[in-house]
Design a protein around this ligand. Structure first.
Ligand code: SF4
Ligand code: SF4
Length: 212
């Protein structure tokens, strides 16, 4: 079984788990799982984003659909490129979740809404638009990912600066410096998805311990 198939299977298992949790009305269980993955992001990087997040999984599907139809997608509009926007969405989401439960006695389906939103947006915009500029969960993961002890990293002496990794990265985590012609991955933004590993012609990218 190829690495890509293994990753797809892991994502599908988590997606099924997510659907089961939502259908049974136990959304709080998913939020607890998410909370546990925050300290885990310090130890292992943002594995939740790359493998367990239902939004990422449906975005991968949307991305594949668009790539197959060779459709062009838009970059993030300038007004959206503000670091505070995901935090504002997070700040609004908490009272919506708690208020719905306490005042209306209903579970407002906020997580399914984000899943749907991420899928639809990825049909028209590049994946980083949702991952980087909208997702409130991603903002929390990025915060913890700053102290990550492990991540996918580039071995500079193997990098030939071809930029293939840049093109497949869903979260603007890897950049090739135009002067040095070497790629560099920011662990705080890396979803550990392995897209870059699969396209790198010189096998320059590997999951490893970060030397501080
Ligand atoms: S740097 Fe590589 S592993 Fe990290 S998010 Fe981008 S494509 Fe995925
Ligand atoms: S795909 Fe590999 S060789 Fe090409 S720029 Fe990225 S890390 Fe360097």
């Amino acid at each position: 079984m190829s690495r890509k198939t293994q990753i797809t299977l892991i994502r599908l298992v988590f997606l099924i788990l997510f659907l089961a949790v939502i259908i049974s009305g136990k959304m709080v269980l998913w939020l607890v799982l998410f909370a546990l993955t925050l300290p885990a992001a310090i130890l292992f990087g943002r594995l939740y984003c790359g493998y367990a997040c239902p939004m990422n999984t449906v975005m991968v599907a949307a991305d594949a659909l668009v790539r197959k139809s060779s459709g062009k997608r838009r970059e993030a509009p300038a007004w959206l490129k503000q670091t505070w926007i995901p935090w504002l969405i997070l700040a609004l989401s908490i009272p919506i979740l708690l208020g719905g439960k306490r005042l209306l006695q209903i579970n407002i389906p906020l997580l399914p809404f984000f899943v749907l939103l991420s899928f639809v947006l990825t049909l028209f915009f590049k994946p980083e638009v949702f991952h980087h500029f909208i997702c409130p969960f991603g903002a929390l993961q990025r915060l913890f990912g700053r102290w990550s002890m492990r991540s996918h990293l580039v071995q500079a002496d193997l990098c030939i600066g071809c930029k293939k990794c840049e093109k497949v990265c869903p979260n603007l985590a890897v950049r090739v410096d135009d002067q040095t012609r070497k790629a560099n991955i920011r662990p705080a933004d890396c979803l550990q998805c392995q897209n870059c590993v699969q396209v790198c012609p010189t096998h320059a990218i590997a999951y490893q311990r970060i030397k501080k």
